[in-house]
Design a protein around this ligand. Structure first.
Ligand code: GDP
Length: 297
């Protein structure tokens, strides 16, 4: 479907004189192709622009060794920079879930895969880290969503907080906290309500829940197939409730994963996991190399 960056750049450099170092003209021509490749991979425009700017400075004057073509050299520079932005620096590779019971707040828009991801993450903590996890749905507007979490909990062998009709999200959060302490759980996960769009009511509710739970981790679940939207959602949630990590879902789809770059560049928040399907095991730790390869095509 897409022409990959190496092919594109091959075309550009065929038209240019080959020299020992990349000239400004070479780089300018190449960067148009890099920008197009990023946009096709669903990287948001402002992020693609600023990324290209930083690369331009690095690429101009870069030596082209005999063993590579100028195109390959540019791809390498782009690739290395992508990894740098995607990876960030010094992030912990495990969730902060010491001092039990550790609260994890799950936030995101409706349909992003939040409930599925809550269960996947609970399963991961249970299987890999042998943690006792309690999950609670705070989606008081959608009884079906509460049911869904209970069903997933049964499937994966993780307890869910019994549903009591008529409780508010804050009341449920308080009960989850109490139950987690009394029941000797290591972690309790709060699956907050999603809305189709970010609105005041949603944010007020999430803030109130956050203030009650004082979460150790606040994980934002975002559909990885959305480019600019993903960034807006992340910025908004981070400003209002503070996000500690991101989970990108639907990375098993056709998308090229540009949302990962946009997200990282704009919010600076680490992407911790990627969702790779509907099954409960389809959650993996984020791998910058893989996403960079995918963005470049
Ligand atoms: P919520 O409204 O944000 O809680 O979304 P759900 O967890 O109910 O997920 C909505 C739909 O997306 C469900 O059909 C999930 O099975 C599906 N889904 C969630 N994560 C992924 C993923 O990583 N890949 C794919 N292909 N589907 C997913």
């Amino acid at each position: 479907m897409f022409e990959n960056l190496s092919d594109r750049l091959g075309g550009v450099f065929d038209r240019l004189t080959k020299q020992g170092a990349l000239s400004e003209d070479d780089v300018t021509a190449a960067m148009r192709e890099v920008r197009t490749a990023l946009l096709e991979a669903d990287v948001s425009l402002p992020v693609a622009r600023s990324f290209v700017k930083s690369i331009t400075a690095k690429a101009t004057g870069a030596a082209v060794t005999r063993s590579v073509t100028p195109g390959q050299q540019v791809v390498k520079i782009v690739h290395d920079e992508l990894i740098k932005v995607l990876q960030g620096e010094g992030e912990p590779d495990t969730l902060r879930i010491d001092n039990p019971p550790a609260p994890i707040l799950m936030v995101g828009l409706q349909g992003s895969g939040k409930t599925t991801t809550t269960a996947k993450l609970a399963k991961r903590l249970k299987d890999r880290e042998k943690k006792r996890v309690l999950m609670a749905s705070l989606d008081t507007n959608r009884p079906a969503a509460m049911e869904q979490l209970a069903i997933l909990g049964q499937q994966i062998g993780v307890d869910t907080l019994p549903i009591i009709k008529g409780e508010s999200a804050v009341q449920i959060a308080k009960r989850a906290k109490q139950q987690a302490s009394l029941g000797g759980y290591d972690v309790y996960m709060l699956d907050t309500a999603g809305r189709l769009h970010i609105d005041e009511t949603l944010m007020d509710e999430v803030q109130a829940v956050r203030d009650v739970a004082n979460p150790r981790e606040t994980m934002l679940v975002v559909d990885g197939l959305t480019g600019q939207d993903a960034v807006n959602v992340a910025t908004e949630f981070d400003q209002k409730v503070g996000v500690s990590g991101v989970v990108l879902t639907r990375m098993d789809g056709d998308g090229r994963g540009g949302a990962a770059l946009s997200m990282r560049a704009v919010t600076g928040k680490p992407i911790r996991f990627v969702g790779l399907g509907e099954k409960m095991d389809a959650l993996e730790a984020f791998d910058a190399q893989r996403i960079a390869g995918r963005i470049l095509g």
